[in-house]
Design a protein around this ligand. Structure first.
Ligand code: A3P
Length: 282
């Protein structure tokens, strides 16, 4: 399904979805999680739901299972969402300008998660080819070409970045990098909780961090995400950046030198300030 030039998975978006989004009524205490696919959206959701559910309001947690709290903004049954009590978590892969206006009118808080585009592309490629029932690609080279043109589900990573980056300084918006979370999860959890207005103890922050590591989440993936879990928690690696990490970015296993250069050039072409992702970490 294509809407305004962007391809979407038909299982998640139809013309009815976009019509429903136009009239969606956001609340001021909604929490929006925005990310391009494979940037770690399930990770961020997991971190956010702990402060909201467990630490922020343990009583509500008892009576509120996740399916009454969280919804993918494009997939949800909008009527049912009206009945959700606050706070609601709305996860989305949509560009800023495709979100319902009421999110901004009501100043809902928005967390925007980014990841190095090279690791994102590799993760996306594997996701397409590993998960049954979604279209797969014949080769990495074919996927890379489509990714660079933005002819993949949810459109171009680069357009998504340009679109969101215009709002990096908005008061109700906070940008987070996957790589920063990976480097220092405790600090990331603390910043996220503060932005959302939860005052957590050091102990609570430690608990959330311990439960949100890649290993901890992967170990429970079958329980939390069913059969698709093992595809959602594949490797959890980050780019090798001197002085920042000793883990090798997964992208190096697939990118040819020319492809790496082409993506670097795309960064340059977009000009400085186009992306919240620091160029030296790409
Ligand atoms: P890889 O495929 O590179 O392993 P999303 O949730 O947006 O679909 O993103 C999935 C990517 O986030 C996968 O990347 C997955 O391993 C990674 N991920 C999920 N949970 C993580 C965690 N707790 N720590 C680090 N990476 C995580």
């Amino acid at each position: 399904f294509t809407h305004q030039g962007i391809p979407y998975p038909v299982t998640m978006c139809t013309s009815e979805t976009f019509q429903a989004l136009d009239t969606f009524e956001a609340r001021s205490d909604d929490i929006v999680l925005a990310s391009y696919p494979k940037c770690g959206s399930n990770w961020l959701l997991h971190i956010v739901k702990f402060p909201v559910l467990e630490c922020g309001d343990p009583e509500k947690y008892q009576s509120r299972p996740l399916h009454n709290l969280f919804c993918k903004l494009t997939v949800c049954i909008f009527k049912r969402m009206k009945q959700f009590s606050s706070p609601r978590i709305l996860a989305t892969h949509l560009h800023y300008d495709k979100l319902p206006g009421s999110i901004f009118e009501n100043n809902a808080k928005i967390l925007v998660l980014f990841r190095n585009p090279k690791d994102t592309a590799v993760s996306f490629f594997h996701f397409h080819n590993d998960v049954p029932d979604i279209p797969s690609y014949g080769s990495w080279d074919e996927f890379f070409r489509q990714f660079m043109k933005g002819q993949v589900s949810w459109g171009s990573y680069f357009d998504f970045a340009i679109n969101w980056n215009k709002h990096i300084d908005d008061a109700n918006v906070k940008f987070i990098l996957y790589e920063d979370l990976k480097e220092n999860l405790t600090s990331g959890v603390k910043q996220i909780a503060e932005f959302l207005g939860f005052s957590l103890t050091e102990e609570q922050i430690e608990t959330i961090s311990t439960r949100s590591t890649f290993q901890a989440m992967r170990a429970k993936s079958q329980e939390t995400h069913g059969a698709v879990g093992r595809f959602l928690f594949r490797k959890g690696k980050i780019a090798l950046v001197s002085g920042i990490s000793s883990e090798v970015g997964d992208w190096k296993n697939l990118f040819r030198e020319t492809q790496s250069q082409a993506m670097d050039e795309k960064f340059q072409e977009c000009g400085s300030g186009y992306s919240p992702f620091p160029i030296h970490r790409a």
